[in-house]
Design a protein around this ligand. Structure first.
Ligand code: FES
Length: 353
């Protein structure tokens, strides 16, 4: 029987455990699974034995203590809320990626980690449709995996097409699961596309994302809503394709590196946190968010790229350099709000935190 609804899977019917409802929590790593030569899945359970209720496609914000320093990072959840006893994130190494490389090298079963919250507007429940086209590059596969598993677990009658791009066959995260889903579920079509094919048995495509390729693989693209996710380089190319071809709607989530300032830009200064009455020094190149964490002041954050808006605060005094990537609503910058993850003080400032 097909359940013709997009409403969130009901945890109450699935288990009797209390449920994590958001906010800070301590999780324990229960398992680490190697996915490819440079990516691993980390399986976490709640230390209070609660199950997890979230929307497929959302991300979890971690605060890791690494070598005595706190690092806040957001990772998309790659598991599905239909399997609510744990959450899983899949993390790929990146050059100079302090946290992602630490996770791959050092995070092991039995270790505990802190999370700040689970959130994210890029999710299947808030923006469902009948004909999704999931488009991802590299580790952008993770929220798509959550959504696809949700669709198949709940047997939603959706006609889903997934086109995933990777460097080579050995770089395709979840390759076995994706091939299995495509075989098992008649409403799921998967196309794997690699830059270069060094494997004889690989049945996917070779090439780069382009309007020609997508039009060939997905001839009914005009009827489909795109869910696009990946590193910024992939997203730029994918947006160009989305501009060139007609689609029903476009939803996107970008995975990128932390925003940094040009080294020549003079920043730094004393920061007064007016709500907590504390002060701290912000070194050159350090963001307001980092200065707050160093001073022991928690500011909610997630993407760390100026996109999600979670880290917004009001500046009541002084001047900052900000690289807003769309996280502020129209008029908020003029009203004095800044995104602390991508704002650097230019001299002494006071902020509401
Ligand atoms: S954490 Fe997302 S905009 Fe700052």
């Amino acid at each position: 029987m097909l359940i013709a609804t997009d409403s969130l899977f009901s945890l109450s019917s699935a288990n009797t455990q209390p449920c994590y409802a958001g906010g800070p929590a301590t999780l324990i790593c229960k398992a680490v699974i190697s996915e490819t030569h440079d990516s691993k899945t980390f399986v976490f359970e709640d230390t209070q034995s609660r199950s997890f209720d979230f929307k497929p496609g959302q991300y979890v914000t971690f605060a890791f203590d690494i070598n005595g320093e706190r690092h806040v990072r957001a990772y998309s959840i790659s598991s599905t809320p239909t399997r609510p006893h744990n959450i899983q994130v899949t993390v790929k190494r990146v050059p100079d990626g302090l946290v992602s490389n630490w996770m791959n090298d050092s995070l092991a079963p039995g270790m505990t980690v802190e999370i700040a919250d689970i959130s994210g507007a890029f999710n299947w429940i808030d923006i469902p449709c009948d004909k999704p086209l999931f488009l991802s590059g590299g580790s952008g596969v993770t929220p798509v995996m959550s959504m696809l598993q949700y669709i198949t677990d709940v047997t939603l009658p959706k006609d889903a097409v997934f086109v995933h791009f990777a460097r080579s066959p050995k770089d395709v995260i979840f390759r076995d699961q994706l091939e299995f889903m495509a075989k098992r579920f008649s409403n799921v079509t998967v196309h794997l596309v690699v830059d270069s094919n060094d494997e004889e048995g690989f049945a996917g495509e070779t090439g780069q994302i382009s309007a020609e390729l997508l039009a060939r693989l997905v001839p009914d693209h005009a009827e489909r809503s795109i869910f696009m996710c990946g590193p910024e380089g992939f997203m730029k190319a994918a947006r160009t394709v989305a501009d060139a071809l007609p689609f029903a709607a476009l939803h996107q989530e970008s995975f990128g590196e932390k925003i940094t300032l040009d080294e020549a830009t003079e920043t730094g200064g004393e920061v007064f946190f007016s709500l907590s009455g504390k002060s701290g020094q912000c070194a050159k190149g350090e963001t307001l968010l980092e200065a707050a964490l160093n001073a022991g002041i928690w500011i909610d954050s997630a993407c760390q790229q100026g996109v999600c808006g979670n880290c917004k605060v009001m500046v009541t005094q002084g001047e900052v350099e900000m690289q807003d990537m769309g996280g502020l609503m129209p008029g908020e910058a003029e009203a004095g709000y800044v995104l602390t993850c991508c704002s650097w003080p230019k001299g002494p400032v006071a902020i509401d935190a």
